[in-house]
Ligand binder design. Structure first.
Ligand code: PNS
Length: 169
């Protein structure tokens, strides 16, 4: 609609941000007037990074992008999207294995708020196997995640994590 900026919300845990997320955010930033990257605050017990650290890494990674905003949210995603006047929820789809969970969420969100559309985007092929969970696992075991996460994340992971097999008990 002319005059109405098209705002999208890209929600997630981002624990931590990966290059797969970065790829989706960049695609979203080209497609929408504004993309709000929304970090879930309902802190998971096993989270590696505090919400504030996840937000700081996202802000640093996207400091040069005028239409990328980083925010936090709790509660229902569709309520947050409504507050932000967003008409679209963006989610990335890497593989068929993502599909079932994503379809359930998209349809539940549509049930809750029919006027908010979920848009799925595929990341570049080289990131289809990258997930925050595997990044954490590789780092905790002393492996390299160079090229799979932004440099700011790699740096923080290095400081954060002593490989478990090197840790003194
Ligand atoms: O990166 P993730 O962990 O796959 O993101 C999951 C997220 C944050 C998108 C999802 O947990 C979510 O939307 N949480 C908000 C709670 C909500 O609205 N639930 C009902 C609709 S499914």
């Amino acid at each position: 609609m002319a005059g109405h900026p098209r705002i999208a919300v890209y929600p997630g845990s981002f624990d931590p941000l990966t290059n797969g997320h970065v790829d989706i955010i960049e695609r979203g930033a080209r497609l929408f007037d504004r993309i709000v990257v929304a970090v879930l605050t309902n802190a998971e017990k096993h989270a590696l990074f505090e919400t504030s650290e996840r937000v700081a890494m996202l802000r640093e990674a996207f400091s040069g992008h005028a239409n990328v905003e980083v925010d936090t949210f709790g509660g229902l995603l569709v309520e947050y999207a409504r507050q932000r006047q967003a008409s679209v929820i963006v989610r990335g789809l890497r593989a068929v294995s993502d599909f079932e969970y994503e379809m359930q969420m998209a349809l539940m969100n549509r049930h809750l708020s029919a006027d908010i559309e979920t848009v799925f985007m595929m990341p570049a092929e080289q990131y289809t196997y990258v997930s925050s969970r595997l990044v954490k696992e590789v780092v905790s075991l002393g492996g390299s995640v160079a090229g799979l996460v932004p440099p700011v994340v790699e740096e923080r992971l290095r400081h954060r994590s002593t490989p478990s097999h090197q840790r003194r008990v």
